[in-house]
Design a protein around this ligand. Structure first.
Ligand code: IFM
Length: 478
């Protein structure tokens, strides 16, 4: 949580000097299975919650689905060739659970595993370090039908699936993250219902958050026994600095509450082995934490090798307007259970096409906070990027706004390193345009443009720029 909102430094075009990153800094780009693979019904794959959700009218903009997406499943060779062209040192991808274990438990689907084995082998052959995320939001629908993440058994199923993947790929994959952004899975999936499976029950959201973390802890155990001994194991959380709109006590309390739900709900159990007391009090009327069994928090706080942080923007929040009518929380589907009354305010600073404020100093703040308050483990920015409207003009896509966004955030990352933060790598989101969840294909985050009709890939100017950053291990003067 940070001090009352002041305008971010973005937009102040001071001269920007060249910057060099530490030797061995891991430069990468990231994607996720449902967002790019397509081939939704091929090779033995069964539906995930995102197949069901996207096929439900009204859930995703324009009825878009991930049925075909970037057709990466069939265009693997071309896509790895593009990664090599960019000079990526690492590629962060996720495995589709229902592709490799279609029943959500029980036997493995060899055809599904073979797809990822081919991907990993091609990456290695091109000198690109594979970075495997086990869960990027696509729970097998069969497990959702059995109760989903609010149900404790899902954690055990996740560990079983992890063992299968680690058994098959553990000899060649060194970097593993268990979960991607558990806040989204829990609070958008089961709180507001804006994401799959689209349920909105505040108590379920809290339970889901716990079982996701329990699944993470059990998966870490599975990785320790099945992956290679030098495996680097971690988890990715999406973090936000949370700033009160003014220095009023009401706004300060709003910021404390949102910080507890967005950040500390996950950081504290994962890295300190306990839920924050103020968070539990805020959630008193929502959940009694009876779902937390003895020993869970020890499992969740299993020792890690790294922490992945996804950073996009900042939350600026305020107390409810004085005249706001009281709203019983159960009538307000919200991703902020127990704190539904908090107002999110905008400051009028530049935003991306997602309407997210561009705030590079927030990345410094976030990295420093994790380092100073939680851990001295190696940190990685496992996602950072921006959506902007792109147009192809005579076979070229010029995206200076995205270049400026990356440049500013890499300068922030460098500033954190200079301040002593053990930041070891950075992954641009995203390698290519893809299915942006409830926004379908209407938002483009990629460094590679995808024409969804022809599946033609076009390297944007941001991709060329990033290749140069990797080549020189740093930034040129601007
Ligand atoms: O596209 C998503 C990604 O799947 C998870 N992190 C945020 C990105 C942009 O919304």
């Amino acid at each position: 949580m940070s001090n009352p909102a002041s305008p971010p430094v973005v937009g102040v075009l001071a001269e920007r000097p060249p910057l060099t990153f530490p030797p061995g800094f891991l430069w990468g780009a990231a994607t996720a299975a449902y967002q790019i693979e397509g081939a939704a019904t091929e090779g033995g794959r069964t539906p995930s919650i995102w197949d069901t959700f996207s096929h439900t009218p009204g859930r995703v903009v324009a009825g878009h689905t991930g049925d075909v997406a970037c057709d990466h499943y069939h265009r693997l060779d071309r896509d790895v060739a593009l990664m090599a062209e960019l000079g990526l040192r690492s590629y962060r991808f996720s495995v589709s659970w229902s592709r490799v274990q279609p029943g959500g438990h029980g036997p493995v689907n060899q055809e599904g595993l073979d797809f990822y084995r081919r991907l990993v082998d091609q990456l290695l052959a091109n000198g690109i370090e594979p970075w495997l995320t086990l869960y990027h939001w696509d729970l097998p629908q069969l497990l959702e039908d059995a109760g989903g993440w609010p149900t404790r058994d899902t954690s055990a199923r996740f560990a079983e699936y992890t063992s299968l993947v680690a058994g098959a790929l553990g000899d060649r994959v060194r970097y593993w993250t268990t979960l991607n952004e558990p806040w989204c899975s829990a609070f958008l999936g089961y709180g507001s219902g804006a994401h799959a499976p689209g349920r909105s029950d505040p108590a379920d959201a809290v339970r889901a958050g716990h079982h996701l973390m329990l699944g993470h802890g059990l998966a870490v155990q599975a990785l320790r026994s099945s992956a290679r001994s030098d495996a680097e194991v971690g988890v990715t959380v999406n973090l936000y600095p949370v700033t009160p709109a003014t220095d009023s006590p009401g706004d300060a309390d709003a910021a404390r509450r949102i910080d507890a739900l967005a950040n500390r709900f996950f950081l504290d159990p994962l890295l300190r082995g306990a839920y924050p007391v103020d968070l539990m009090l805020d959630l008193e009327r929502v959940a009694d934490f009876g779902h937390v069994h003895e020993g869970d928090l020890d499992t969740i706080a299993a020792p890690l090798n790294l922490v992945g942080i996804n950073y996009y923007s900042r939350h600026v929040v305020a107390a409810p307007a004085a005249q706001a009518p009281p709203q019983p929380y159960w009538r307000t589907p919200s991703c902020w259970p127990g704190s539904e009354h908090v107002r999110f305010v905008t400051r009028g600073v530049p935003v991306t096409d997602m309407d997210w404020e561009i705030d590079p100093p927030g990345l410094v703040e976030t990295l420093q906070r994790v380092y100073e308050e939680y851990t001295d483990l190696p940190l990685y920015v496992t996602e950072n990027g921006s959506a902007f409207v792109d147009t192809v003009v005579e076979g070229h896509v010029d995206d200076p706004d995205r270049v400026a966004y990356f440049d500013a955030h890499l300068r922030a990352a460098h500033q954190a390193i200079t301040a002593g933060v053990p930041l070891r790598g950075y992954f641009a989101w995203s390698l290519m345009d893809n299915f942006e969840w409830a926004w379908g294909y209407t938002k483009r985050f990629g460094m590679i443009h995808i024409d969804y009709r022809s599946q033609v890939r076009t390297l944007k100017s941001s991709g060329r720029w990033y290749a140069e950053v990797i080549r020189r291990n740093g930034l040129a003067a601007q």
